[in-house]
Design a protein around this ligand. Structure first.
Ligand code: NAG
Ligand code: NAG
Length: 331
């Protein structure tokens, strides 16, 4: 849409120039150069740059979004807001912000990354300073590990050189080759500069299911004991999280080395979602589509989801993940 505006304006202007062309050459020269300057200004106006006009953190925005759009994640909300706000208000951070988001599918890990991006970059996830890597998409062939390693390092270096406030999101971190993770470790560390580039204002977000099982177990224990979900505290999950990730052969490697070196600043657990959260997701989605939120449709959508464990049926197997397509069906 922005590019379209730009071209429209340019078109209006070139039409104007053609009209003026009928006059003397001096006027034409003046008009053409004013036109070039104007074109440049218009271009600058719409073209994303690495400056505060395009990148500035809105703490109220993030707080409101976490409160109104993320459901059932009281711990994650709190940590994210504190972590991002602390980091973004620090004019001289000692290292980049590294967040590791853990939890079952559909619990909001990707969504939270999106909310963070939207409240830092004017262009949100479409910003040219936000980069998402998915192991299956970007690094599918283990045999090409060495190529991937140097490619990834170059990307990170190139992008941070371009803009120190760059954000890198690694989806499905547990499927990423440990060697690949090793190759990015230097960028996460407390270095003033590496090869003349400072990474200390960058943000790295790792998403994984690692530890998801033990988070579920804790949530289930609370549920069985008749305790409020909101009573679950970070310390109920923190050691569990690092231990289970630690012991998990598949995802253990990357984690072990990141934990050992304290490169991850915050481990953020995402709890499995219950029926009432799925209802909330459905209502929010209707609102986002400009529909009138309809409780009975939301209930129908939520009833249609599969819940586990088999006997208790407390948590939604897919969280809020399939709500969008289900809504298409019911509305
Ligand atoms: C920050 O977010 C709040 C809440 O969404 C919004 O009202 C406000 O306009 C935003 N501020 C800026 C500078 O974008
Ligand atoms: C920035 O990262 C993207 C991948 O997200 C890559 O395609 C691009 O080449 C990188 N830019 C630089 C300057 O390295």
């Amino acid at each position: 849409m922005k590019a379209a505006h730009f071209y429209l304006l340019l078109h209006v202007f070139s039409t104007a120039s053609v009209l003026v062309n009928a006059f003397d050459p001096i006027t034409t020269t003046v008009v053409v150069s004013v036109g070039a300057a104007l074109g440049r200004t218009i271009y600058d106006y719409f073209h994303e740059r690495c400056d505060p006009k395009w990148i500035s953190f809105n703490v109220t925005g993030l707080e409101v979004d976490l409160e109104n759009k993320l459901f059932g994640q009281h711990i994650a909300s709190r940590i994210i807001l504190k972590a991002v706000n602390g980091f973004m208000s620090n004019v001289n951070p000692k290292k980049p912000l590294v967040l590791s988001l853990h939890g079952w599918t559909g619990t909001g890990k990707n969504f939270v990354s999106q909310l963070i991006a939207e409240n830092i970059y004017k262009e949100g996830m479409d910003s040219s300073f936000v980069h998402v890597f998915t192991s299956e998409l970007h690094f599918p062939h283990p045999s090409q590990l060495d190529t991937y390693k140097s490619q990834l390092q170059q990307w990170i270096k190139g992008n941070v050189s371009n803009c120190e406030r760059s954000m890198f999101i690694f989806d499905e971190m547990d499927k990423m080759h440990p060697g690949l993770i090793d190759s990015i470790k230097p960028y996460l560390d407390y270095y003033d500069k590496l090869d003349g580039v400072s990474y200390r204002k960058a943000i790295f977000i790792f998403l994984s299911n690692a530890g998801g099982e033990s988070i579920i177990q804790t949530a289930l224990d609370f549920w069985k004991a008749g305790r409020e979900r909101e009573e679950i505290e970070l310390r109920d999950l923190e050691t569990l999280l690092s231990l289970s990730v630690f012991n998990n052969k598949k995802s253990g490697l990357w984690h072990t080395s990141l934990i050992d070196k304290n490169l991850v600043d915050f481990f953020v657990p995402f709890l499995p979602l219950e029926y009432r959260h799925v209802v909330q997701c459905a209502l929010a989605e209707m609102e986002a589509r400009g529909l009138r939120p309809d409780q009975s449709v939301a209930d129908q959508v939520a009833r249609d989801c599969v819940y586990f464990p088999k006997s208790e049926r407390v948590f939604s197997v897919k969280g809020c993940k399939t709500i969008e397509s289900k809504l298409d069906y019911y509305t």
